[in-house]
Ligand binder design. Structure first.
Ligand code: DOR
Length: 449
């Protein structure tokens, strides 16, 4: 028989498959996985990648990033953010609507899709933001191609988007068929407590200002409203033990998939007060990084599947902006490039398995948001992968970050486990820290609902 010609074979890697991890060859043609085999001699490939001694994972999906374009390109652009993503093994990103202007209309969404079509190095989708002024448009906005759904800021964080009125929130939830992503912090409580933050003048106070009660009140309120309105919720960056307890309970009581939960790697890598003492406003974000007690509870919630997804909340600001006196220093930190390395380091520390990482950052976002054809290494799925060397040690440094902001909260930390190649639609787009080829990202597709 004549050998079949294909585009790429990744050979001899330990492949993290839905059925478990096994050494095999992954054969790709026209952007898809066409075979997974222990004997690929029947194929001739234009390109072969040797995965000996390395692990092959589905391409990572970072389902919460802020890339700041349009409007605040000095912090990040879709080009620089997706470059950072590829260097870190992330092949798809979902971006948030608190840009300038905010993504609250079809035109604003289309503007982002147009920019991404020219400059995105990863696959992409863009949330539409809810406000009191666009409630009537939400049902249509959430169904537009390239849109995973609607995002609501219940507490103000960065940018102008805010929905702090219960009537407005109820009306928004009534409009949406897709899952609604929520930043849950109680705006009134945040406002009432801000004077305390100003008086303290210290970033160490951040988890006190934006305390557990602020987060828990909003989380409880929106879950109650979801019950009343039949909406499906995705609760973003859950940071506290009390919220995890509440959500665990609710998930047991509610129909499967009604409420899904996201947490972040920075809540696992850092803890208060040490991180604030060591790194100052670099680790200031909303909701805040909290004490060890919360970190332990987040681990429990990861292990018992209360947590569905991990993402980074990549939210770059320049170091000059961050240097303003607290609380005027903006909240948010970059993270897309360090996402996978930080998680692989936790695997090497015995706190996670590679299979669990794949569940949280590949399959999880697909299950929660209905992303099509991605998140698994399976025949027929898209050929997006990351090849990782679990023995490689790297020190994460500001100067190695591709983000326009040019720094990382992990600066100086050494991690073990590192991405060595990123493959997008069957093309090697990053190898040994070098980008290959031109931007070739495509819009993500979502299941109809
Ligand atoms: O700390 C944060 N910064 N949390 C958010 O939710 C928004 C973000 C930003 O856009 O800077």
């Amino acid at each position: 028989m004549r050998p079949q010609s294909v585009d790429l074979i990744i050979k001899h890697a330990q492949v993290v498959l839905p059925s478990g991890t096994q050494t095999c060859d992954v054969v790709c043609r026209s952007g898809k996985i066409v075979d997974i085999t222990t004997d690929s001699r029947g194929y001739t490939a234009q390109q072969e990648l040797d995965g000996h001694g390395q692990y092959l994972l589905p391409g990572v999906i970072d389902s919460q990033v802020h890339f700041r374009e349009p409007g605040l390109e000095h912090k990040e652009t879709i080009a620089t953010g997706t470059k950072a993503a590829l260097l870190g093994g992330v092949t798809s990103i979902i971006e948030m609507p608190n840009t300038t202007p905010p993504t609250t209309s079809e035109a604003a969404l289309q503007q982002k899709l147009d920019i991404a079509a020219d400059s995105a190095r990863t696959n992409y989708a863009f949330y539409a933001g809810a406000s009191a002024d666009n409630i009537e448009q939400l049902a249509q906005l959430e169904q537009l191609p390239g849109c995973p759904g609607i995002k609501v800021f219940m507490g103000s964080s960065f940018g102008s988007l805010l929905v702090d009125d219960t009537q407005v929130l109820r009306a928004i939830l009534r409009q949406c068929q897709r899952r609604v992503a929520v930043h849950a912090e109680d705006e009134q409580r945040l406002r009432a407590r801000k004077a305390l933050a100003v008086a303290s003048g210290k970033v160490l106070f951040h988890p006190e200002w934006r305390d557990v009660q602020s987060a828990l009140m909003a989380t409880q309120r929106v879950v109650e409203l979801a019950k009343e309105t039949n909406a499906k919720l995705h609760l973003l960056h859950i940071s506290s033990a009390e919220e995890m307890d509440f959500l665990r309970q609710q998930k047991r009581l509610l129909p499967k998939g009604k409420v899904t939960v996201e947490t972040l790697p920075q809540y696992l890598h850092f803890h208060a007060p040490d991180c604030y003492l060591q790194r100052g406003s670099r680790v200031q974000m909303n909701p805040p990084i909290r004490e060890r007690y919360h970190q332990h509870a987040i681990w429990d919630a990861i292990h018992d599947d209360t947590v569905d997804v991990m993402a980074t909340d990549h939210a770059p600001h320049t170091l000059t902006e961050k240097d303003q006196a607290y609380p005027y220093s903006p909240s948010g930190m970059p993270g897309v490039q360090t996402f996978l390395p930080v998680l692989l380091n936790l695997v090497n520390q015995g706190k996670l398995t590679l299979e669990k990482v794949v569940d949280l950052v590949c399959e999880g976002p697909c299950r929660v948001l209905g992303i099509q054809h991605k998140g698994r290494i399976e025949v027929g799925y898209d050929a997006d992968f990351v090849l990782v060397d679990m023995t490689r040690k790297e020190t994460l440094l500001d100067q190695d970050m591709a983000s326009q902001s040019g720094w990382t909260p992990y600066h100086g930390d050494t991690v073990k486990g590192f991405p060595v190649a990123t493959i997008l639609a069957g093309n090697v787009v990053m190898q040994d820290g070098q980008l290959v080829g031109l931007p070739s990202g495509c819009p993500l597709e979502f299941k109809a609902c």
